[in-house]
Design a protein around this ligand. Structure first.
Ligand SMILES: [Zn+2]
Length: 337
């Protein structure tokens, strides 16, 4: 990159600066000191403090943040927050979860920030589309060559067939997934099996719903007699799940690739099955995305940033720099969704 290009560093989230213009990408604190962009409402990308200033995010992300913030001060802020309208920011779908966005910034040069992203269309969600840019800031959650996901439409068939088999055998099924994003995908792909939502999955789904989006489901009912399909985050103890007779359970996560069988490994204590179905790009999708964006420099963050940067340099011949936390508490990008 030439010397007049924007600077990119970790600080309040990821900070991009060019002259007097500053952008804060997934900042931990919303501020008026620059233009704040929030990619999606997973906790590791969401601010913990909303002091002042407009924010660039989707309507769904704002709705989820309103439901998720803890402090009353932040709730009050979010009720009245102005949505950003800077001509220097162009949002587009990231294909990760409902309402997730990428941002193309005009920072002297074109800078694309992906947040978490997935390029493959699936169910009712369009995948992220590459955009020509000078600098690309890209997530590295699965930024290691060992991560290659099975085709997601094939995995949807595999998950549906397994659920159908189990229910036909008069067994109840518990699918474990993140409450925001993956759970709503499962509800959509399995709607004809009448999914029942447990605990935080029910709360989160109700939070996401609005005039523009509705899902078909029932609340989990431990009194219900007979086999049923339950979607649960597994995060808050049992809460009635042990009452299910002849229960079988499965994880639905890209991390299932780390288990013995490549696409159908066992995952987690007490799980009967694992399905490697992810709402992130895998390593090969990341590489293809980088190539098609054709940047002169790539910044990697959030996961295997060193490995990914090294592979981008080696395989694509593009300068790549890992964005890494240098001091304790410098960034909130520490937990992966
Ligand atoms: Zn995420």
């Amino acid at each position: 990159m030439d010397r007049d290009g924007p600077s990119v560093q970790l600080g309040n989230g990821i900070e991009v600066a060019c002259g007097d213009t500053r952008f804060f990408l997934d900042p931990r604190k919303v501020t008026e000191e620059g233009i704040c962009c929030i990619s999606h409402a997973h906790s590791d990308h969401m601010p913990s403090s909303f002091a002042s200033g407009p924010i660039h995010c989707s309507d769904i992300t704002l709705r989820c943040m309103r439901g998720r913030v803890k402090s009353m001060k932040s709730k009050t802020f979010l009720e009245t927050v102005e949505m950003g309208d800077s001509p220097l920011v162009k949002a587009s779908g990231a294909g990760h979860i409902l309402g997730s966005n990428m941002f193309l910034l005009d920072a002297g040069q074109k800078v694309l920030y992906t947040g978490d992203f997935c390029p493959q269309d699936r169910l009712e969600m369009e995948g992220a589309r590459p955009q020509k840019c000078d600098a690309l800031i890209i997530e590295a959650t699965y930024g290691n060559p060992r991560y290659k996901f099975p085709d997601r439409s094939e995995m949807i068939k595999v998950i549906r067939d397994w659920v159908e088999d189990m229910l036909d055998q008069e067994r109840s099924v518990v699918l474990r997934a993140y409450p925001l994003g993956k759970s709503q995908e499962l509800i959509t792909m399995l709607k004809d099996f009448q999914p029942r939502l447990h605990g935080s999955v029910l709360e989160t789904t109700q939070m996401v719903e609005g005039d523009d989006i509705r899902f078909d489901y029932l609340p989990f009912d431990p009194e219900h007699v007979g086999p049923q399909l339950v979607i649960s985050s597994g995060g808050r103890g049992d809460n009635g799940l042990s009452a299910l007779r002849k229960k079988c359970s499965a994880d639905v996560s890209g991390w299932c690739l780390d288990t013995n069988a490549r696409s159908l490994g066992r995952m987690g204590w007490g799980m009967d099955q694992g399905f490697a179905y992810s709402d992130h790009a895998d390593f090969y999708e990341i590489m293809d995305f980088v190539k098609r964006c054709d940047p002169s420099v790539v910044y990697t963050h959030h996961g295997a940033e060193d490995t990914l940067a090294s592979e981008i340099r080696k395989r694509l011949g593009i300068e790549a720099i890992p964005l890494k936390k240098e001091k304790k508490g410098q960034t909130n990008l520490g937990r992966y969704c």
